[in-house]
Design a protein around this ligand. Structure first.
Ligand SMILES: [Zn+2]
Length: 282
């Protein structure tokens, strides 16, 4: 909910119910105009990934905030949870799918079964993928991956995972979503795509350098980075939630009061929760 706006803010006003992206796109620089508002050239708060507070001052509010019709009381808890994911994990999963150029009829591999990976599965489905192979070794996450549209689950890692994908596909996947960021995951992602496939990368790199020569021999494309949260929410994601086409809020499997934030992180760290939801009691 918006408490107050600055003099230059015209598109939203106090009392509006909004999604607050972790990005701060201005909407008019070269990056924003090209659809990369996560890299806005005017953003002053780059890297401030996530807000866990009762109040915050949000810059570039005029363009970056996404207005939700009505008020919170008009929605179910499940819908409200889905709106929360549109500030970060769902848009990031979608960025993996968009970067990998997932299109209708594709066979897609999703690396990573955290909230972002699961949202990647949902995004691949939303973009019309026919076959979605999720890499997961946790029972609860496998279940949600299937619910979100995964057709196959692979629990193996490394070369065994590559062999499994080759068994299931004709020479590899059309698109690969890398939602982990470890060296092994990126390495596997590059190997499971068919020649000419693009790897959409949203896992934060865990290693400073990578050997890009292995992309060359099989014409593999590699792109990705910080999600374009406002762009995707306005283009497709908010409407998809409002229409009930996607329910990404299901990634929140536990909830905590803001004061118990440490327990919320511990639950994710110990794999007791896929994603922890923080609630501010009013
Ligand atoms: Zn901008």
């Amino acid at each position: 909910m918006i408490e107050e706006v600055g003099a230059d803010v015209k598109n939203v006003k106090a009392g509006d119910f909004v999604i607050v992206p972790f990005t701060h796109g201005c909407g008019h620089c070269a990056a924003c105009l090209a659809g990369f508002d996560g890299n806005c050239l005017n953003a002053k708060e780059m890297g401030s990934s996530g807000f866990q507070a009762e109040y915050l001052r949000f810059t570039s509010a005029d363009w970056a905030l996404i207005k939700i019709p009505g008020q919170p009381s008009d929605y179910t808890d499940e819908q409200l949870n889905s709106f929360v994911t549109l500030a970060d994990v769902m848009a990031t999963g979608y960025h993996a799918a968009a970067s990998a150029e997932v299109k209708a009829g594709d066979t897609v591999v999703v690396m990573g079964d955290g909230a972002v990976g699961l949202c990647g599965v949902l995004s691949a489905k939303l973009r019309g993928a026919k076959r979605i192979i999720a890499m997961s070794r946790h029972e609860d996450r496998q279940q949600l991956a299937r619910e979100f549209g995964a057709t196959d689950i692979i629990a193996e890692r490394g070369d065994d995972a590559v062999a499994k994908v080759m068994e299931l596909t004709d020479g590899g996947a059309d698109a690969v979503l890398e939602c982990v960021g470890t060296e092994q995951s990126v390495d596997t992602a590059v190997k499971v795509g068919r020649p000419g496939a693009v790897v959409g990368r949203v896992g934060v790199p865990q290693k400073a350098e990578m050997n890009t020569n292995n992309l060359f021999w099989r014409n593999i494309g590699l792109r990705g980075g910080i999600a374009s949260v406002t762009t995707y929410d306005k283009a497709e994601l908010l409407q998809a939630v409002l229409d009930g086409k996607i329910n990404p809020g299901k990634v929140f499997t536990k909830q905590f009061a803001l004061d118990d934030v440490q327990a919320a992180y511990d639950a994710m760290d110990q794999r007791e929760a896929i994603k922890s939801l923080l609630i501010v009691e009013k």
